[in-house]
Ligand binder design. Structure first.
Ligand SMILES: *[C@@H]1O[C@H](CO)[C@@H](O)[C@H](O)[C@H]1NC(C)=O
Ligand SMILES: *[C@@H]1O[C@H](CO)[C@@H](O)[C@H](O)[C@H]1NC(C)=O
Ligand SMILES: *[C@@H]1O[C@H](CO)[C@@H](O)[C@H](O)[C@H]1NC(C)=O
Length: 421
């Protein structure tokens, strides 16, 4: 008899061979039948096993962006993941797993093949591969994930001679071969989507037990399929959408919504300000016009950055981050935790950023990521330095404060609007 403690740390765990004992995947896709053709609305599902850890979050962002992991952070992450593992086996005493934040990870169900196989995927504007856990993976690399089995789909077809490979900052990689198959997202089917099936996944994905793969929503230049790059789901779906756009309405401590094909006026309050996107590097790269900390003065400054739904935190230039934490007494940049921490007894200031002449304010509570470890009096900051990344990233911390339109017309733009928070 297997006991699941429930203390499963995302990016940490580890329920090897226990698939049948995992809690059922929750929730349903919301498809609004009244939307009409070319429009799809999808609600995220809460990942019930996810527990946020600041150090693990920074570590995963470094992996994704190919940054070498600093030694002290590597040690801390190993110890957090190690304790989660001990806890899972039921052999540990009270482990220092951070469980004191409500913030969770969200996944979105997608069906592949005929008959449909449903996988829970992460919609990621910071990459351009549609890759999934597959029946070709060694069982040692699958810990509760649902795998796509192309052999069980009558509509799958091997894309002969093609392969994909994504490398991470610790030297590991995920890779495999490529099939085409029908992919359905909330009632919208793309026939012959390139589905990149994993034959190997990096351990950081194996440990995310409820995440079965990624839906890359970046631009084609980032797609890793060789010898011929493949189109993303959005690039393929565009033709069938009423308007070539998708929107992210991500929420603080709640499930958000992705809409494809239309901009829902009910999801924002203020006007939407659209600014140009430079698609050359493959990201949704745009330039913010400045910032202010709390009620402090406005600073006009061009801050080039990427909007990445697949990154949790907001990564900004060192000078801005330093200025932000100057407003929080007792805060410090912790080498052990890999980023800024502050006393949990403090209230953190809001952060405002510019979009053209408009401004979006992230409430302070969105920037408080809770205790670094359970029982600790230090809390983890949602704003962190981009100095190691070499690129500023507007992750979920920033995206949750707005209604964001990813506009894929011939000259792509990104639009930001206020909404009810
Ligand atoms: C998949 O596509 C094929 C056509 O290639 C179609 O016959 C089949 O019904 C589709 N299956 C689903 C589940 O949409
Ligand atoms: C939105 O834009 C319109 C037209 O430019 C303007 O009249 C209105 O004041 C704007 N609303 C807000 C909330 O900024
Ligand atoms: C930001 O960039 C624009 C376009 O290059 C330039 O006109 C503007 O002066 C810059 N603003 C600042 C504050 O540097």
């Amino acid at each position: 008899m297997v006991t699941i403690t429930g203390l499963v740390l995302a990016g940490a765990l580890s329920a090897a061979g226990l698939a049948s004992a995992l809690p059922p995947k929750v929730g349903t896709t919301v498809v609004n039948p009244n939307l009409g053709p070319g429009k799809v609305s999808l609600k995220q599902l809460r990942n019930p096993n996810y527990r946020f850890s600041g150090p693990v979050s920074i570590y995963k962002t470094y992996l994704k962006y190919g940054v070498a992991i600093p030694d002290e952070l590597a040690k801390t992450v190993a110890s957090i993941l190690g304790e989660a593992e001990v806890k899972r086996r039921g052999t540990g005493s009270a482990a220092a797993i951070p469980i004191d934040t409500d913030d969770t990870a969200y996944i979105t169900p997608v069906t592949i093949g005929t008959p449909p196989q449903t996988l829970n995927l992460d919609f990621d504007t910071g990459s351009s591969d549609f890759w999934v856990f597959s029946s070709h993976l060694p069982t040692s690399q699958v810990r509760g994930q649902t795998v796509y089995a192309p052999g069980k789909s009558t509509s799958s077809s091997l894309l002969t001679g093609h392969s994909w490979s994504i490398s991470y900052g610790d030297g590991s990689s995920s890779r495999g071969n490529v099939y085409t198959d029908n992919v359905t997202v909330g009632g919208l089917t793309v026939i012959s989507q390139a589905v990149e099936t994993a034959q190997q996944v990096s351990s950081s994905f194996t440990s995310e037990t409820q995440m079965d793969g990624l839906v890359g929503l970046g631009f084609g230049t980032l797609n890793t399929v060789t010898p011929k790059r493949q189109l993303t789901f959005f690039e393929n779906a565009k033709l069938s959408l009423e308007s070539p756009v998708f929107t992210a309405d991500l929420k603080w401590h709640a499930s958000g919504t992705y809409d494809f094909g239309y901009v829902d006026p009910a999801k924002h309050t203020g006007n939407i300000t659209y600014v140009p996107v430079n698609t050359d590097p493959g990201y949704w790269l745009w330039t913010s016009t400045g910032y202010s900390v709390g009620s402090g003065p406005w600073v006009s400054q061009n801050i080039s950055n990427i909007a990445d739904t697949g990154t949790t935190l907001l990564y900004l230039p060192n000078a801005i981050v330093t200025e932000y934490y100057k407003q929080i007494p007792g805060s410090s940049n912790s080498r052990i935790y890999g980023g800024y921490v502050f006393p949990c007894s403090t209230t953190v200031p809001s952060f405002t950023f510019g979009v053209g002449s408009a401004k979006i304010t992230i409430p302070g509570k969105f920037i408080d990521y809770g205790k670094v470890t359970s029982g600790s009096s230090s809390c983890f900051g949602g704003i962190q330095s981009s100095s190691r990344l070499g690129i500023n990233i507007f992750g979920d911390v920033a995206l949750k404060a707005a209604f964001v339109v990813f506009d894929g017309h011939d000259k792509p733009t990104i639009g930001w609007a206020d909404k009810t928070l």
